[in-house]
Structures are given as structure tokens and as C-alpha cells.
Design a protein around this ligand. Sequence first.
Ligand SMILES: NC(=O)c1ccc[n+]([C@@H]2O[C@H](COP(=O)([O-])OP(=O)(O)OC[C@H]3O[C@@H](n4cnc5c(N)ncnc54)[C@H](O)[C@@H]3O)[C@@H](O)[C@H]2O)c1
Ligand SMILES: [Zn+2]
Ligand SMILES: [Zn+2]
Length: 378
Amino acid sequence: MKTKAAVLRQSGGHERPYTVSKPLTIEEVTLDKPGKDEVIVQIKAAGLCHSDLSVIDGNRPRPMPMVLGHEAAGIVVALGEGVTTFNKGDHVVFAFLPSCGHCEYCMSGRAALCNPGAKANNEGVLLNGGRKIKNHNGDVYHHHLGVSGFAEYAVASIYSLVKIDKAYPFEIAALFGCAVMTGVGAVVHTAQVHMGESVLVVGLGGVGLSAILGAKAAGASQIIAADVSEAKLHVAKQYGATHVVNSSQEHALDQVKQVITPSGVDKSVEFAGAMPALDFAFHATKKGGVTVTGALPHPDARLSLNPLILVGQEKTLKGCYLGSCVPSIDIPNFLALYKKGDLPVDLLITHRLKLDEINEGFERLANGDAIRQVIIFD
Ligand SMILES: NC(=O)c1ccc[n+]([C@@H]2O[C@H](COP(=O)([O-])OP(=O)(O)OC[C@H]3O[C@@H](n4cnc5c(N)ncnc54)[C@H](O)[C@@H]3O)[C@@H](O)[C@H]2O)c1
Ligand SMILES: [Zn+2]
Ligand SMILES: [Zn+2]
């Protein structure tokens, strides 16, 4: 089957602005037939995430060439061999890490750490090891996190897909595959925010603002939003922040630890991707506090930490991938909260694009001028 797809040939080394250098090219590619436990999905909506941008700018090197995109929703249109759990016409959200269901992590409820899923994602292949995207010369392209959603159609493992109710708009459903699952999951699963606790969220992109929505839904008392961008601070209260702090300012830490709270927050969550942001999140927690980091900085980044603070103040620092979620359980649960009005994720969508406007979209994201931008397919 032929499809239009956004292809990245080189990770890093693209001049800005991307509107001129155009790191992604829109090509017609051929998809192989779906294999065992695979389906073809017609993509209806796909969001632009900083993790895509990090592949473009070289902060997250991946095998090239690759059809990018990992936050998407669509309709199953063809079934491979042995597929019994999905039917043609099903509406699905992609999870950006497949869950094999059999490894020690999947078996113990920690799908975010699935061993075969991580191996496939690192190699740019589907869960069963195959690559199903070719160009007209027969060159085989890599899959991005088992999704490659910046295309009209995608071949996917059924273990990358979650079936959803047909009532949800695709542009909303897509967000639950990355931003919402990660941000809300970081708060409710990784940080385990309880009703009445104080929460700091550092980095107010699509993921951080989802964490703010999650903190509100979880019943946090004080929700402090921090960023270095005044524009992001300006919108944070609409999402449920009770206070905003520009973390680049000199007395920002005192503001959190003395003015807004008496001695620091119970929980902090960082989705900025910069070491000063993580440092701020860690030091802003009170004694016994928990810091969750979910951003994906450059592989060479190093955190400098005084272990005496960890010990003497019994602090906890936790990593968070995929919001520590089990996608097949959490995506439907979080969507139900959206339906009830408790997770108003419509707020996240600032732009709707066509596939061939994708480079403009990434330039906007790199400039911090957008929250979630969603490509809409007809
Ligand atoms: N752990 C996961 O499973 C997972 C999933 C999705 C995204 N991510 C990562 O989460 C991060 C956020 O993604 P996004 O799409 O929301 O990005 P984004 O670019 O939309 O937002 C990042 C925000 O961080 C802010 N920021 C940058 N430097 C800062 C600093 N020093 N202090 C405070 N704020 C700062 C920016 O102004 C921006 O508002 C990225 O690193 C992304 O790769 C991780
Ligand atoms: Zn993402
Ligand atoms: Zn597994």
C-alpha cells in the first residue's frame, strides 16, 4: 500500500529555521502487508512532541532514515495473520512503547519497562523485529517508537495499540498516547500525588501542562507551575496551577520554599529537559519529598547532586517513562476522566496542521511558541 509520510534522513545538523532547512521531507512510501500480530492503521491525528524534535536536533539519536511521529490515533483498516483482538473499523491510540505482555516487567505490571519493547524501539523496528516501510528505490526506513504516525497509514504491532471508544475525537485521543499518558501518569503513578499534597511542575510544554491537569484531578492543594518562558507561565493558571514561578529568576527557590509553601513541596515533577530545571525541582521539595524526572535530555547530560541532601533529608529522586503507565489500562481510564470533564486536555491543542506543514510546526515547537500541535488527516 502507498502512503504519504514525513521522513527524517539525518538526526542533528539541521540549520534553523526548520521552515527553510526542512529536515522532514514528505515522500510517497510503500507499506508492506501487516505480518503476524500486526495491523494497518489509517492515521487520523498525530501530535508533535519534543521527543520528535529531539530526534530532529540530534539530542536523541535514532537509526536513520525514519518516519517520525509517536503520538497518534486512527482506525484499523487491515489485519495481519493471527489478529483476533482487533477488527477493521476499531478506533485506536498508539502507545509509544509496545508492551509484549510476557517479559518480567510486563508480567509485574511495569509495561513502561518492557524489555522487547525497548529493544525494538532502540532499533527502530516493530515489536516482531521487522521494518515495513520502503521508498521507491527499495530503501527500508525505520519506525519511530513502533508508531511512525506522521503518515497517512502505518503498520503497527497490536501490542503498540489500545482500542478506544469511537465517541472520542481523534485529535483528543492522540494526545493520550504520549503527552497525557506521560504527564498525568507521572503525577498519579510515579509521584503518587495524594489529595491535599503540594506539587511543583517544572517545564510547561504539552507533557508538563498535562501533569498540571493530572495534579488538579488528583486533588493536589497547591499546584506550582515553573518555566523559564513567561508565555508558558501566563497560560498555566488555565490548566489549574495555583501559583506560577519563573525558575530562571534569582529568588525562585525561596519563592517556592518560603513564600508559597512553608518548607517546600511534597512532590515535584520535571518535564523541561534541562539540568537547571531538574536541580530546581529537586531542591524545591521539602524533607521527605519526591522528585520525578521524565524529560529526556541529551545522553551526555549529567546531574550534580549532593548525596547528603538525599540522605539527611530522606528525599527521593525517581525516573518516569511512559508515565509509569500500563497503556491498555491507563489510556481508557484517563480518557474516561476527559469525558467526565476532569482532564480538559482540549486546552493543550494550540495548532492544527496539515502533514506538509510539519517543518513549520517543529520550528514553532523549538521556539516555544506552541503547546500541542496536531496534524489532522482527512
Ligand atoms: N518520559 C517520557 O515518557 C516522555 C514522554 C514524552 C516526552 N518526554 C520528554 O519530556 C520533555 C517535555 O516534552 P514536551 O513535548 O512537553 O516539550 P516542550 O518543548 O513542549 O516543553 C518543554 C518546556 O520546558 C521549558 N524549559 C526549557 N528549559 C527550562 C528550564 N531550564 N527551566 C524550566 N523550564 C524549562 C520550555 O520553556 C518549555 O515550556 C521532553 O524532554 C520530552 O522529550 C518524555
Ligand atoms: Zn512524546
Ligand atoms: Zn514486555
